[in-house]
Design a protein. Sequence first.
Length: 133
Amino acid sequence: MTCHSQLWDKAGVLAPVRASLASGRPVRWQRIAQLPDYVYFDHSIHIDRGVGCVECHGRIDRMPLTARAKPFRMGFCLDCHRDPSTRLRPASLVTRMEPLPWTSDERRRFGKAAMAHFGIDPRKLDNCGVCHR
Ligand code: HEC
Ligand code: HEC
Ligand code: HEC
């Protein structure tokens, strides 16, 4: 409420947050992005290797109310694991939402160099045991 006593302080969508503060009862969060328990996932390696938030969560900056941008099916994960070369960026730009000002050639060239630098091997990244441990 430190922010929301000043910003969007009358927004209907935040009524449950104001009610929670008044009553002292915690908000019941509805998870939007959630994988089944049998899938292993860790943000840190993705962020470290330069996979932007937008690749998986879409344009969060344009969602006043957060919606799931991608279904998070197995195929979605595998598509990138089999060829991440067009989906990597400098780690300093992982939170940037707007498209990068790069041509697709430039992007692929960066991606290939990053894969070589980190030793990312797509032939190993679709092994079942990477995500099902
Ligand atoms: C490679 C895909 C991927 C990237 C990149 C990624 N995320 Fe996620 N994120 C996920 C998945 C998958 C989950 C659900 C994880 C689970 O269920 O354990 C998730 C969950 C979350 C959640 C919890 C959402 C909820 O509904 O409770 C937040 C917040 C989040 N991510 C923020 C970020 C931010 C910020 C970044 C960038 C710095 C980022 N993520 C980058 C895939 C990704
Ligand atoms: C846009 C590209 C992209 C997407 C989408 C993506 N990944 Fe990854 N993932 C990567 C990259 C790049 C790595 C790093 C590989 C490396 O460094 O060898 C990685 C690594 C991993 C690892 C290995 C972590 C470790 O500690 O060895 C796991 C597990 C993983 N991803 C799970 C997932 C799951 C589950 C999803 C789908 C919900 C997903 N990833 C979606 C690009 C992606
Ligand atoms: C990059 C991560 C990743 C890899 C690698 C991966 N999976 Fe998955 N798998 C997922 C995710 C995410 C889900 C849950 C979403 C879904 O059901 O599509 C899933 C779901 C499943 C399910 C349940 C499907 C259902 O309809 O209930 C099975 C079975 C499965 N995987 C088998 C495999 C096998 C076999 C392999 C190796 C050939 C494999 N997976 C490799 C991420 C992965």
